[in-house]
Design a protein around this ligand. Sequence first.
Ligand code: FAD
Length: 308
Amino acid sequence: MLAEMRETVQRNAPIHTWFGVGGRADRLARPGSLEELTELVRRAGEEGQRVRVLGDGANLLVDDHGVDGLVLTLDRLNRVEAISPSEPGLLRVGAGANLMRLVADTVRDGLAGLETLAGIPASLGGALVMNAGGAFGQMADTVVAVHTLRPDGQPVSIPSEAIAFGYRHSGLENVVITGADLRLRPTDDPAALRERLKEIMAYKKSTQPMADRSAGCVFKNPTMPNGERVSAGMLIDKAGLKGLAKGAAQVSPVHANFFVTGGGACARDVIRLIGEVRRRVQDHHGVLLEPEIAIWTRTGLTWEDIAA
Ligand SMILES: Cc1cc2nc3c(=O)[nH]c(=O)nc-3n(C[C@H](O)[C@H](O)[C@H](O)COP(=O)(O)OP(=O)(O)OC[C@H]3O[C@@H](n4cnc5c(N)ncnc54)[C@H](O)[C@@H]3O)c2cc1C
């Protein structure tokens, strides 16, 4: 096992993200089994190394100087299995499963529940951490339990009721998610379910710049003093910031809360653009936006330091 694991850990490895910018991981491992993952987490815990989990990189910006510690990518832990023959909608899914494929496969199998997440690029683990979703539903809607590892490698399963799922939030940021049990609903009208999937995809394509390099919404929609949640994109747009650029990173002219990267962009272009938009929205509306995307920097450095 140890020799195998040494081969698994790559040094100075690239980190794939949808932004297509950013630095490398000092150490990156792509475990092929739960046992191997557990051992990697346990050893990193013993050595006091920080562990970060990379999903599909669709909500992530990595600083140009890369990251220390150990990055784990779980794309090989992607099994989908029925838990019980008597309950066809009850599935156990590995954290590395690709969400878009899972949506397509479950809809094809006549299982409803995940079609609301159509068009959201993610691994299951990333979708759980972010409680990914939108106008039609959110990841939490189908979750029965989430399976995690503690830093000492002990497995802990958390029932959905005990998870602080909220708007783009789960409280699961600091654990390693290995998978989840999901409850979907077998439908007696598979054609209507397929139609619904198409409608949701069409809505998404018409409202978001899906073809550009981005990480989806950069900022969370803030809650105003009267308790109302308002669109961060609308605040950015009203502050006149659509199209604003730093280097080769730009506020999308299509959707103001999507920042897009062009050829030659670097992570610090995006970080500086985030800082600039945040300052200008605060000046214009008196609202401090909080990033929805995860921003990875080396220990001791924050994205705010870089943006200042
Ligand atoms: C074009 C586009 C459209 C998008 N549209 C939407 C949308 O409509 N709604 C929406 O909610 N989001 C949207 N997003 C954002 C993104 O798809 C979601 O946030 C998604 O959940 C990210 O999942 P991921 O696997 O890519 O996570 P990553 O970006 O890889 O990681 C995000 C965070 O999750 C953590 N993480 C990932 N996997 C695990 C794991 N197994 N264990 C512990 N932590 C983990 C990471 O450490 C990181 O902190 C969009 C993104 C793009 C590029």
